[in-house]
Design a protein. Sequence first.
Lengths: 711, 317
Amino acid sequence: MSGTTLEKFSYDNKIVKYFGVATIAWGIVGMLVGVLAATQLFLPEANLGNPYTTFGRIRPLHTNAVIFAFVGNAIFAGVYYSMPRLLKTPMWSKALSWFHFWGWQLIILLAAVTLPLGLTTSKEYAELEWPIDILIAVVWVAFGANMIGALINRREKHMYVAIWFYLASFVTVAVLHIFNSLALPVSFFKSYSAYAGVQDALVQWWYGHNAVAFFLTTPFLGLMYYYLPKAANRPVYSYKLSIVHFWSLIFLYIWAGPHHLLYTALPEWAQILGVVFSIMLIAPSWGGMVNGLLTLRGAWDKVRIDPVLKFMVVAVTAYGMATFEGPMLSLKNVNAIAHYTDWIVAHVHIGGLGWNGFFTFAMLYWLWPKMWKTNLYSTKLANTHFWMGTIGILFYALPMYVAALTQSLMWKEFTEAGRLAYPNFLETVVQIVPMYMLRAFGGLLYLSGVFLMVYNMFKTASQGKFVEEEADEAPALVSHVEQKGEFWHRAWERKPIFFTILATVAILIGGAIEIIPTILVKSNVPTISSVQPYTPLELQGRDLYISHGCVGCHSQMVRPFRSETERFGEYSKAGEFVYDRPFLWGSKRTGPDLHRVGGKYPDSWHYHHMIDPRSMSPGSLMPPYPWLETNMMRHEDVLDKIKTLQKLGVPYPDDYDQYVMKELWGQADKITENLKSSGVEVLPQSEIVALIAYLQRLGTDIKKTATTIQP
Amino acid sequence: MKRFKRIFLMLLGMILTMPSIAQTSELSWVTKLQGMDSNELTLMIILAIVLGVIILLLVLMIYLMSFMVTVLKQQQGFERRVSTKPSWWESFKRQYIVGKMKPVGSKEEEDLMLDHSYDGIVELDNHMPPWLAAVFYITIAFAVAYFTYYAVLGMGQSQIEEYQTELAIAAVKAEEYKALALSSIDENSVVFDASTPSINAGKSIYEANCAACHAIDGGGGVGPNLTDEYWLHGGGISDIFKVVKYGVVEKGMIPWQDQLSPEQIQQVSSYILTLQGTTPSSPKEPQGEKFEPAIEEPLDALIEDELELVPVVEEEN
């Protein structure tokens, strides 16, 4: 092709710089909030005495900040640098790039304001309310359009493996986000999930698990396939392995969500699918690790001196560890021990701190000197950062494993007399408090390392000169000439639209097979005739429970184990949750399960316990909620809520609006009277009355009549 | 010690049962192991370690011998050079575990290079490592077998069946335990036990659970004063036992029967009676009616009587 002329174009480094700076800034914010949350677990006073910085609200703030702000911006920085270079064309539209950047920062800012205010759906990693959800969808689609536009303009005939991962991530996150966020708004700040109870749980963990898969894993595998061979200057080990592990990973991952719901009221066939698909994920996940590590063959001498490669090696290894641990945790007998404990917290932090954090650091240490045309200011500082981070991870994870095993065994231990050895839940919490201190120290160490990086990157930038537009040239894409014997996958790689459709089909199958029957087939959720919708006051109390993030520490799902039914009461049944929008099963028991708490304690106990938990449970880690007594509710919104729920099919009477307020105040007065007889004076419109109403209702419906309708 | 034993057994159980039957392990042989006393267990562990060491030594011996054979052969000037024919292990490893790895930077590696480059990144066309493929096939086989066993054939226990099995085992144990004394103290058979160990145990139960509402010295707070002679629900040992056990939920007293054993309730009820007549720092006003013991018997005599009747069993843990 001697006649081909080279076309000139340039890459936009400025957007990469912006996303990179946002990564670090939000990373520090997110990790700081994490350290604060970790501190509150041994020092409840660290909630600063107000609802906005109390654990239940800053835990979602922490998870959202590190996942979507820190890792999210890192993905975008990495993609906006690598993708144009792999396709030999700039991103499709600069305007779209900036819309994407500012849109995403706006979303994060809105999250940082709304979550502390208690505006939340409480669905894990999808806490943001519906207007922000719509904004996320719009910005995400802009990101996708920018990528697809670049693909159409590309000068490189084939798509490199990194691009496959970017495309699959884009498509899947869009699908997950839209279907999990479906809800009916009550007002601008409040909505009810389109799904209830078991179905909501399944959809949520289909989303939640695959947020890990397609936001924290596949985009980073894409980044790995670009930055690791670049930094090591070695060829990628195996093209065949890339193909096998890409397709098997995206196809299998989507099925694994139910492993978050083992031994719950989720239909067992779905649980079994969750188990087997998690096990099958080992090899495809390891495919990424193996291809990464074997690419370093012949570059191990460089790993010794280059901090970028050091970070990458630990990141890829942490990825391998986490993706082996995950399937093991999905086995029912291991899950029976690990679920609801700090084991899961340790597991996600191996992935988060090790894989995502370390890879992000490696990428930034590599990008900065490249974009400023200089060398890294200090390799020594970067190495110090590496060791602080590594030791930080160990200090984080190891105490959590000890805490988890200790607590889980205490939960399950029986005396010879056949009673729980530790019937008081608090005893099992107090035991692991020292581990919580070590964990906070580990987190702090990891965060301190990041500050070294900030300084190093600042110095690097100031000693170099930023190249805003990097010029490059390449021949134009010639129309395809049919080749004999072209490898089938090679052909797919030059058809981006076809490739994207195939990937979409691959990720839709698993979700569809699990979710559609659970929603449509009635026998999956056997109804219980005595289960009734919440009264208006209980509904208000439930929304308070959601707003305060109580689900962050308290599950509402008693599993069918003797150690749980002895401790909490009858195990939870699928039919009990049909009016729960959203479901509140929870994923961690820092405090006891509350599904059967209704009627267990008198109203006055709840009052004293909410105002000052330690007065009723000495040594408790629960923060006090004195504001529940002074905050007043006017309950003006309750009618709108009832109407919304009616639209979703909750069988409230048709003429309920005639007497709903009367019923609400009636119940509030009754609780106020009851409290008064125990010497507690509160106003019937105070928040605590609504919350007590909800707590006393929890799990009591099946006690009313013993008749349950079996499928 | 007990906890370590349990952790050890749990880990052992997890590791050994993980790949096979994922559900019933906790109930089967681990339970048997847990039934052993610590001497038997120590013996088992020592045996296991010795066995492990023996196997390790054997492997080492075989390795040393083969090494010596090669060295000897070389010394005796064997014509055939050893390196030309790799050992069966080498070829097995190359065939089935690591795969044929080409030396870095060699001509063979260059031959594997695919003829494209993306922003300078090139790819080799190596095969997938055989061990990884093997892991993939094994996990798929496991998945198919597991799914068939539990979901298609329905041979595995469902989680509710597992739960019922667990309850059944516990019920048998409970029967056995009932045969022993002391397990069945109730409001009819409860006695005032003034022995020092019992009162001390009662005191610590009280401080951990009751002091929040009744004050550390029994003077009352959220709950009534326990030091005066006035009682809302009766002041006999049986009355107190009943109130502690079942609670008086409408007035704010929690039932403790799920959290405390009958012996513990007897201990704490006995301790509460010893508070009678003491002077708390800030006593709550008397509530209820003045309680007169039904039997006008000197209290001391009663204590002696009961002491003989009730053997004091030390608390476990």
